[in-house]
Design a protein around this ligand. Structure first.
Ligand code: GLU
Length: 283
């Protein structure tokens, strides 16, 4: 299944030597022999690289900056996991995943993990597995700041609401707000222009994604309190229980040792309050 890793195993040995000589943080202190033989952790450590799917257009969580590398809380979680596999930051391959293709990218072995404001739910668990949660968001609403009509989800009846195909907010709107007209796009950033030119009345997705857009644009405002629970997980291949359990261990360590809080405060925490870490769900 993991053919790509076999191909890069030789290169990986060279990369490990380089990271051991310098690289970043503690990546050089970890060796493939620290992990059970044949495990995904050993394979990744041996390859010296990891492919992480994330969002490229979401401020605070995963946004590609001027240097072409994504930045945000999801990205920081990815870097910390890579480091714990002995993989230096520069050896992470960031791959853009959008809401609709995350399960598919994992199933097709196009990525090793997905960290992308990715809600854990049972439907998705039929195709993939989730470590985490590492954060809990909730669905909310974004409007133009001068819109007086929409203050919360009950005001969405008869309104055109932009969201993203394949997302849980889309599903929730379709199922529970049948009087609103759902306008789906491929990514949340695609909703901003239609909102400004009046093609849609509101954008709906997780509060923290909307908060990122509102923080960057004075003409936009988040409305009302979150009205769903969106626990963010790390997507991985279904049935890879050792890898899932290892990621869960790492998350718990990050919660304990302050690195999770530090990562939050450097990214999403510049706009949002610092939460308590959630409880990992080892289902
Ligand atoms: N957390 C929700 C989801 O996974 C919405 C955000 C997103 O589309 O990434 O569907």
């Amino acid at each position: 299944m993991r053919t790509r890793r076999g191909l890069v195993a030789l290169l990986g040995a060279a990369a490990l030597t380089l990271t051991a000589c310098g690289g970043n943080g503690d990546a050089g202190d970890v060796s493939p022999s620290d992990f059970p033989e044949g495990s995904t952790m050993a394979e990744l450590a041996d390859a010296g690289s990891i492919r992480i799917g994330t969002k490229f257009d979401q401020p605070l969580f995963g946004l590609v900056g001027p240097n072409g590398v994504p930045e945000g809380f999801d990205v920081e979680i990815g870097k910390m996991l890579a480091e714990r596999l002995g993989i230096a930051e520069g050896d992470i391959e960031w791959i853009e995943t959008i809401s609709a293709n995350r399960e598919q990218f994992i199933e097709n072995d196009q990525v090793d993990i997905v960290i992308a404001t990715y809600t854990i739910n049972d439907a998705r668990k039929e195709q993939i597995d989730f470590a985490g949660p590492y954060y809990e968001a909730g669905q909310s609403i974004l409007t133009l700041a001068d819109n007086e009509d929409i203050q919360g989800p009950d005001d969405l009846a008869g309104k055109r609401v932009c969201t993203v195909s394949g997302s849980t907010p889309e599903q929730n709107l379709l199922e529970n707000f049948p009087d609103s007209e759902v306008v789906p796009f491929g990514a949340y950033s695609d909703c901003l222009q239609p909102l400004r030119n009046g093609q849609v009345d509101a954008v709906s997705t997780d509060n923290v994604i909307l908060a990122g857009f509102a923080a960057e644009n004075d003409d936009l405002e988040v409305r009302g309190e979150p009205f769903t629970a969106e626990p963010y997980g790390i997507g991985l291949a279904k049935g890879d229980d050792d890898f899932r359990s290892w990621i869960n261990d790492q998350l718990e360590e990050m919660f304990e040792d302050g690195s999770w809080t530090e990562a939050w405060e450097a990214t999403a925490g510049t706009v949002l309050p610092t939460p308590e870490p959630p409880a990992v769900d080892r289902y």
